[in-house]
Design a protein around this ligand. Structure first.
Ligand SMILES: Nc1ncnc2c1ncn2[C@@H]1O[C@H](COP(=O)(O)OP(=O)(O)O)[C@@H](O)[C@H]1O
Ligand SMILES: [Mg+2]
Length: 225
């Protein structure tokens, strides 16, 4: 493993049993993502893209293989250290934003800091909100925002604790084309300015524009185009 590797997946395997049949979703998959590198992962619906991200984030355990986040094997790390490692090193962005409706925008953004028991200063919140163009929305509730605005808030939340790895699962999948392009530009800016690696699962062909590599998930493994 190169010393600047943020995420390393080695021989990753995950299968599910459905109707008595074994579906080998991931079947000996390998991936190395360097610090600051941006990787787009494309693939048919049901090819295992979300499974791949869940395993990378330590939200699911592989049936075989290794998941190293900054050199620590997540599969081998027991709770609660695994949760702490994930909370500290990783930011997550989802297709449907996953904001907490009863919390304000500012409170949503602060959540990872609470989870990491780290202080949040007002200056940092203002800078981050300005960077994402959501300064005017901080005291609003998520339900009052458009999809594009909600995704900007979700990206702020994913970045607030300064993770080295951002994982995004179809982050533009619920947005119209123009809004989606704006969100991709944001991913471009926020990762470039931070030395934060990005693995983005997407159906959006525009995503390749902001990524260093595009890989395809086929038959449980990743292939270059
Ligand atoms: N927890 C689960 N139990 C059973 N089958 C699952 C589970 N999670 C995913 N699958 C199956 O694994 C395959 C890949 O799912 P997923 O990773 O969500 O694909 P994608 O994100 O590429 O659309 C699908 O056939 C799905 O039904
Ligand atoms: Mg999916």
């Amino acid at each position: 493993m190169a010393p600047d590797t943020v995420l390393s997946l080695v021989g990753l395997a995950r299968h599910f049993i459905s109707g008595g049949e074994t579906i080998r979703v991931l079947d000996g998959l390998d991936l190395e993502v360097a610090a600051g590198e941006r990787v787009a992962v494309m693939g048919a619906s049901g090819s295992g893209k979300s499974t791949l991200l869940h395993l990378s984030a330590g939200m699911d355990r592989p049936d075989d293989g290794r998941v190293y986040v900054e050199g620590t094997d997540l599969a081998d790390t027991p709770e609660p250290r695994r949760t702490r490692l994930r909370a500290d090193a990783i930011g997550l962005v989802f297709q449907d934003f996953n904001l907490i409706d009863s919390l304000t925008v500012a409170e949503n953004i602060e959540l990872p800091m609470w989870l990491n028991q780290r202080p949040m200063d007002g200056g940092k919140m203002r800078d981050l909100a300005a960077e994402l163009g959501i300064e005017a929305l901080l005291e609003r509730l998520p339900g009052e925002l458009s999809g594009g605005e909600q995704q900007r808030v979700a990206i702020a939340r994913a970045l607030v604790h300064e993770p080295r790895l951002l994982l995004a699962d179809e982050p533009t999948g619920a947005l119209d084309q123009v809004t989606a392009a704006g969100v991709l530009d944001l991913f471009d800016r926020v990762t470039a300015g931070r030395d934060c690696a990005l693995v983005m699962v997407t159906h959006n062909p525009e995503a390749a524009r902001i990524c260093d590599r595009t890989l395809w998930l086929r038959q449980g493994r990743l292939e270059a185009e």
